[in-house]
Design a protein around this ligand. Structure first.
Ligand SMILES: O=C(O)CCC(=O)C(=O)O
Ligand SMILES: [Fe+2]
Length: 194
């Protein structure tokens, strides 16, 4: 079975006996990090996961297109082996409404995988993987999900606190409202003085 809808090569670890081990990894490790760094996307509340490995190289997947994960928080561990390329590129965190918007210059960065090292990021942090140009790269992914977060998301007021563009729109509306109010107050002041 394919590890996800985009990668062809790899395996779903939950299907080969690693489900409870990965669940424990999420409960004992990811949740605690998430409580501190990702409180805006469910924090400590992860209650399910999708765990898989992906393989890149000759006769395997070469690269991974731009996407968001079906997760609140993703753990990505580089298991090796020896390879060149395969850098991850990131382009800012976005909700469904803004997922196709341009990234700001400060949201653009790349990360080079190092065997034995891991990164953790929000699932809605748009990203992709550059071509693995030589050797073989294998990474373990743990997509951590929160049912509570997904339920609450349905009832928010249209602004996601974790989406860069929602926050920008909110700030712009606030600035507009303040300057409109100021304009009206100044107008009133002018008439009173006359
Ligand atoms: O190839 C990688 O390191 C990233 C994989 C990824 O983003 C994913 O499977 O969701
Ligand atoms: Fe991903």
């Amino acid at each position: 079975m394919r590890p996800n809808t985009m990668n062809k090569y790899g395996a779903v670890l939950d299907d080969i006996g690693m489900e409870s081990m990965l669940h424990k990894l999420m409960e004992d490790f990811i949740r605690h990090i998430s409580r501190v760094f990702f409180a805006d996307v469910g924090g400590y509340s992860h209650d399910s996961h999708h765990g898989f490995v992906v393989q890149y190289g000759l006769n395997r997947d070469v690269e991974l297109g731009f996407h968001v994960d079906d997760s609140e928080v993703t753990l990505n561990v580089c298991l090796g082996k020896q390879f060149s390329g395969g850098e991850l590129f990131f382009r800012g965190v976005r909700c469904d409404k803004h997922v196709h918007n341009e990234a700001l210059p400060e949201e653009i960065f790349e990360y080079s995988h190092v065997p034995g090292h891991a990164i953790i990021h929000r699932g809605r942090h748009r990203h992709g993987a550059r071509p693995t140009t030589a050797g073989s790269r294998v990474n373990l992914l743990l997509w951590c999900r929160s049912a509570v977060f997904r339920e609450l998301k349905k009832h928010n007021n249209g602004y996601a606190s974790w989406c860069g563009d929602c926050q920008r729109e909110k700030r712009e509306r606030l600035i507009q409202a303040v300057s409109e109010k100021r304009r009206r107050c100044l107008g009133r002041g002018w008439f009173m003085i006359r």
